[in-house]
Write a protein that binds this ligand. Structure first.
Ligand code: CP
Length: 306
């Protein structure tokens, strides 16, 4: 595990080790003086071919809190716009001797391809509909801190599973930690073979949310639906949007989660997103901590496993 390309391949102890490290990073982030010298002298390059608020900002802050020099490549102003390929861009940056590359790309597999061309660890910050491993880790950390465990909890992942790298990484991670994983979605927004991923499939929110400990909503990714089925927003919200009535099916103390960015009134009602069961802001805070833990582990130990 020289890179973090996905949750696939990580064991339960690997994951808990990273979450333990992230718990320590939360303490650092809550101090007034947040900067450490752990990665002093090392260079981090963030290379985002797709837009991002949370992931890019939190990787930048994570690197800075560990004392690394962080550079954000602005792809919009880079030679990618002049036709330079992904591999040539990677090899150019590699020649500048970074110590870690954080990469987001719209194509599944693009980050793995890039990792074969460079001499430093590569962290997948989201590749197409494939994986978003640090999102799944921050979700697990949020759940573990709120509930004291992840194993044996019932987690309902709801909405646009078809286009969601967040759903894929979470299904892999939650299964690795022994949670009971459900997906709730219209059949048009489910990938074929989903049942083989170790999940129970539901097509009605009331059924899928029944007695759930965690309700994880997904963004309706309309930008990835060109030419295929695009549901009407009003109808989607009526049947699959999380509102107070649907949330009653879950346990009274169920956590409400959303990876962001949120479409309020599309997949989640505004009052639920801001309500007492919502841990959406905690997810964002845990994002910085998890990224600190992943970078420290990869860059200091050279691999993710203990
Ligand atoms: N959750 C997430 O990946 O958000 P961004 O696209 O803003 O990074």
């Amino acid at each position: 595990h020289r890179h973090l390309l996905g949750i696939k391949g990580l064991s339960e102890p690997d994951i808990h080790y990273l979450l333990d490290q992230a718990d320590e990073a939360v303490k650092i982030s809550r101090q007034r003086e947040k900067k450490t010298t752990t990665l002093r002298g090392l260079t981090q390059i963030n290379l985002f071919f797709e837009s991002s608020t949370r992931t890019q900002a939190s990787f930048e802050l994570a690197g800075k809190r560990l004392g690394a020099d962080v550079m954000n490549m602005s792809v919009a102003n880079s030679s990618v716009k002049k036709g330079e390929t992904l591999v040539d861009t990677a090899m150019t940056l590699n020649a500048m001797r970074p110590d870690v590359l954080v990469v987001r790309h719209s194509s599944a597999g693009a980050v793995a391809l890039l990792s074969q061309k460079v001499g430093c660890p590569v962290i997948n910050a989201g590749d197409g509909a494939h994986e978003h491993p640090t999102q799944a880790l921050l979700d697990a950390l949020t759940i573990r801190r709120a509930k004291g465990k992840v194993g044996r909890l019932t987690v309902a992942i709801c909405g646009d599973v078809l286009h969601s790298r967040v759903a894929r990484s979470n299904i892999l991670l939650l299964n690795a930690l022994g949670a009971r994983v459900r997906v709730v979605a219209p059949s048009t927004l489910l990938p074929s073979g989903i049942a083989d991923m170790g999940v129970e499939v539901f097509q009605r929110m009331e059924d899928g949310l029944k007695d759930a400990d965690v309700v994880m909503m997904l963004r309706l990714q309309r930008e990835r639906m060109a030419g295929s089925f695009v549901p009407s927003v009003r109808e989607y919200f009526r049947y699959f949007g999380l509102d107070a009535e649907k949330l009653k099916s879950a346990k009274e103390d169920a956590l409400v989660m959303h990876p962001g960015p949120m479409n309020r009134g599309v997949e989640i009602a505004s009052d639920i997103a801001d309500g007492p069961q919502s841990v959406i802001e905690q997810q964002v805070e845990m994002g910085v901590a998890v990224r600190m833990a992943v970078m420290e582990t990869l860059m200091l130990h050279g691999e993710l496993a203990r």
